[in-house]
Design a binder for this molecule. Sequence first.
Ligand SMILES: Cc1cc2nc3c(=O)[nH]c(=O)nc-3n(C[C@H](O)[C@H](O)[C@H](O)COP(=O)(O)OP(=O)(O)OC[C@H]3O[C@@H](n4cnc5c(N)ncnc54)[C@H](O)[C@@H]3O)c2cc1C
Length: 400
Amino acid sequence: MTDNHNDTTGIDAQLLALAHAMTDLDHPVKVDMATWAREHLAQHDRVEADHESRFAEADWQRLADRGVMKMINGVDVGGSGADLATMLLTLEGLGHGCRDNGLNYALVSQMLSTQVALERFGTPDQHAQWLTPLMNGELFVGFGMTEPGAGSDAYSISTTAEPLPDGSYKINGHKAYITFGSRFDMALVFATTDPKLGRWGITAFLVPGDTEGVERGLNRAKMGMRTTPFGDMTFTNVIVPGSAVLGAPGSGAAIFNAVLEVERSYVFITQVGAMQRQLDDAIAFATGREQGGGPISSHQAIAHRVVSLKERHETARLFVYRAAMASAAGNNVSMASALAKIAACDAGIASAIDAASIHGARGYVSEYEVERDLRDAMGGLVYSGTSDIQRNIVARQLGL
Ligand SMILES: Cc1cc2nc3c(=O)[nH]c(=O)nc-3n(C[C@H](O)[C@H](O)[C@H](O)COP(=O)(O)OP(=O)(O)OC[C@H]3O[C@@H](n4cnc5c(N)ncnc54)[C@H](O)[C@@H]3O)c2cc1C
């Protein structure tokens, strides 16, 4: 993700590219990706996969082979160095074309959290060991901050990392509700070396999943995004060398903050694409379904719901691209990223309800793949910092 704030020409070019992306709903990068995703991803058994919480491993590899995971990282660490506009258009196209929202969420979650953290704070050895295989789709990572007793109050974690005389650390603790927590090859674990220091005592560690004392939880059943692997990670007397520290000891909270700001800016970009698919489907259904001698789209009640889908899709989209523009311009993005998350999440839920309503019974029955969007959208209220916490951020910025 090219992000050179000292280069005015680079900034202008990025802002121009983002302005084009923002205003062109049929941008060729997005259309190409949507067409490819429609033809290659989520082809079979989607309802069963959702029912069985089955992750689409082969599709994950297809995405890696197409170079999608590489787009978030710069060329100097082996990424493709895509500009922000190209990356967002590609992910938006993915959301439009690929009907497996859980696969799409797993992808953006990994790219926007661990891959960003590794590039910004990792050493060349850590890039080679972890970032390269992640970009190639060869392994999975659990980004572990949340614990049973530490959710929104993230810095109250009780997972400990005891420094040992030889420079290594002993990690003990339990991380809960982690994306890929049921099947990670590496855990990025936030732990405290001294609970009395609060946020200043937190350090991030890169822990190989096969280290003695590391345990993966069962895949937890959940309301939506069921095809995203999800579970707990436990650490019992896990010894890691000093070289497993990401960034500097004590910098864990700063790393978490920096990464979460990126994540909450763009994590809804595939959902924005999915909202366009929802709109396409609703128009096709409303114009094709006849009741009382004509298409249901002739009823204002239905037409207005379709218009609301259109309006919310574009609103969500504008907020996400606006957060990108703030970032490209080098501005503080905490307000823009919080608003992007609130707007896109609320729009996704409201539109999923309208889409279900437009489809009548078919919107309630699983086989028509309409109701799933509502269940999938609900998770957005919680991940990347709950919507309440985002509202707290905005309220603070407004001086409240
Ligand atoms: C699909 C999904 C994927 C996830 N992936 C990950 C992951 O990869 N890594 C990870 O570390 N975590 C992950 N999480 C966990 C997520 O980050 C936490 O669930 C979230 O931070 C909220 O914590 P909690 O569930 O403990 O809720 P709590 O913090 O207990 O909140 C409960 C309720 O109280 C509200 N509340 C709490 N504090 C405040 C406050 N100060 N002001 C206003 N309202 C407040 C909340 O908004 C919420 O409505 C994931 C969660 C989901 C659903």
